[in-house]
Design a protein. Structure first.
Length: 371
């Protein structure tokens, strides 16, 4: 049986960041990335990359300019509340929109340049032994990292429960010409119909935009309903390559167990429940998994502690904000506060797209406008 120090299942942003971090933590570590597809390959996603995600990659030795080359910065964000309050401002730092077919291939190449190996392989069975983890009876690992997405085989091997339907969203995504007036502006639109639900339009900088619409599975989501929601919020959009995907929200994340098997990214239900953002969580949790992986049998405990220190408070705040957002009147008050105060706007953006918190300033601004 072929043995590796660290085997990472899934070579998306979480998996590539994990491989990079493991190699940085121990340059002698033998690290293998497994993915079911050849690269480049598409992945259904909003394609938005927050600057905080680029910060994580920079800390792993990846040049952010190389990651985003060819895709200009998007300096503004427009938000619309369920009741129609709209706020558009410059964000504190610009985001980028890079198609996942491009982004993932660039990150995998960076991991390979750092010394990780890449192999096409569809993982079907994971067996945990006291001193190793076996994959399909052909590979063994000192530590196995599941970065294999919403339908994670590794998560199932841990017998971690799936997200409940009220902790699981489904979204449809395509590419369309940039709608009028949206060049250089990321747009997130919410609606009272089938709430909580939202649509987005993120410009790539080449005349196209990544557009999509998502809602909770518990609301009875269907493909026809998703298409209707997309047209309702982005009327006239002519999107192609429309594909759906599921989003396991962080409100249903499993507890990282002790031992030699770790979870990162979507496999760990690290999707922001307010916005559906996942790339920042993916690279951050992947990097932390790679750092923990060199601890061998203690990797699970080390990864759990690192996640708690780095994201615990934020995840509690985003979960609380998600629960509060079920009242459209409150959402409207928050957005009016953001329209009146750049600092509130920045707080809202950080909570929804990075690792921000539900600040007293934001709560006070909402309370004033409720009165």
């Amino acid at each position: 049986m072929e043995h590796w120090d660290v085997v990472v299942v899934g070579a998306g942003p979480a998996g590539a960041a994990c491989a990079l971090a493991a190699r940085r933590a121990d340059p002698a570590a033998r690290v293998l990335l497994l993915d079911r597809a050849d690269f480049p390959r598409d992945k259904v996603c909003g394609d938005g990359i927050a600057p905080e995600a680029l910060d994580v990659l920079a800390g792993l030795g990846v040049d952010p300019a190389a990651v985003t080359a060819g895709y200009p910065a998007v300096p503004r964000l427009r938000l619309r509340s369920p009741r129609g309050t709209t706020v558009e401002r410059a964000t504190e730092r610009p985001s980028h929109v890079v198609p996942r077919a491009v982004l993932d291939a660039r990150l995998v190449a960076a991991a390979q340049d750092a010394g990780a190996a890449l192999r096409r392989h569809l993982v079907r069975q994971v067996t945990v032994r006291p001193d190793r983890v076996e994959v399909d009876g052909a590979l063994s690992a000192g530590v196995l990292v599941g970065a294999d997405g919403a339908e994670s085989v590794v998560r199932r091997a841990l017998r971690a429960p799936r997200n409940r339907d009220d902790q699981l969203a489904v979204a449809i995504r395509g590419y369309a010409p940039v709608p009028p007036g949206q060049d250089g502006v990321q747009v997130i639109l919410t609606t009272e119909q089938r709430w909580p639900a939202y649509a987005w339009s993120f410009p790539l900088g080449d005349g196209r935009a990544n557009v999509g619409y998502g809602e909770l599975v518990s609301g009875g989501a269907t493909r026809a309903g998703l298409l209707d929601g997309l047209q309702r919020l982005l009327p006239g959009v002519a999107a192609d390559d429309l594909r759906a995907h599921r989003l396991p929200l962080s409100t249903g994340r499993p507890r990282q167990p002790d031992g030699r098997v770790l979870l990162a990214g979507d496999a760990a239900s690290l999707i922001n429940p307010l916005t559906g953002e996942g790339i920042f969580y993916a690279v951050l949790s992947g990097a932390m998994a790679g750092q923990a992986a060199v601890a061998g049998a203690d990797a699970g405990a080390a990864h759990r502690a690192a996640l708690t220190r780095r994201l615990g408070r934020h995840l509690r705040h985003s979960s609380a904000a998600s629960a509060l957002s079920r009242w459209p009147l409150l959402m409207d008050a928050v957005f009016r506060g953001a329209a009146a105060d750049q600092r509130v706007f920045d707080d809202v953006v950080a909570l929804g797209l990075a690792d921000g918190r539900l600040t007293p300033r934001t709560l006070a601004a909402a309370a004033r406008r409720l009165r």
